[in-house]
Write a protein that binds this ligand. Sequence first.
Ligand code: URA
Length: 236
Amino acid sequence: MVGVASRRAAETMIANGEVVLNGAVVTELGTKVNPQNDVVKVNGQTYSLAQKLVYILLNKPKDFITTASDEKGRRTVLDLVNAKERIYPVGRLDRQTTGVLLLTNDGMLANKLMHPSSEVIKTYHVSIDKGLDTVHAEKLANGVYLEDGKTAPAELEIIPGTKSREVVIHIHEGKNRQVRRMFESFGYEVDRLHRVEYAGLNVQGLQRGMWRYLTDREVKSLKKLVASGSEISIKP
Ligand code: URA
């Protein structure tokens, strides 16, 4: 019994009728418990098995992959965050992409944020290998045909004074390697890709590789965002 007793001791407690699950004495060994909803009492004392929900904002550096574990032993974003809860990344960033990445153990919120219907806005700073042609810029904004379908309209700004090699793009989809593929489809190579903003959250004040917990206000705003389906701004 997690955090209460060893397996042997737990079996003895169950045999002695000392364990109560949702008001009923547990009689069977191996009874399954739902950590989030079930109430377990041992000798009258209530134990919470629910994991504390945590929400983390990481400024992802290059060379870390966005999965919970990697069979090739590569470094993952979880190596950067020493949380004791079983958190995982909300969506993916490529290994070489930097910037805003959310991690949480709140599966409900994560799934809503990742669901296409939520249309969460992601803003990327893209550095490309040559100046962006204005015709291409317009096409990128209107939608590009990729092998897995046409991209939704995006907003695009060319950063002045960069010879059109630095672009900010706002998208609300999450196709795999979407931004890189959009630019590659017109013959540009993406030299650097940095996620500036995700659902109104940015990494201002967080150095690359550093993370912080979201404030209660930020968590509330994210929940409101996916509940209403409309983007709102979040101030820490
Ligand atoms: N688009 C990409 O191409 N890569 C990312 O990491 C995120 C968005």
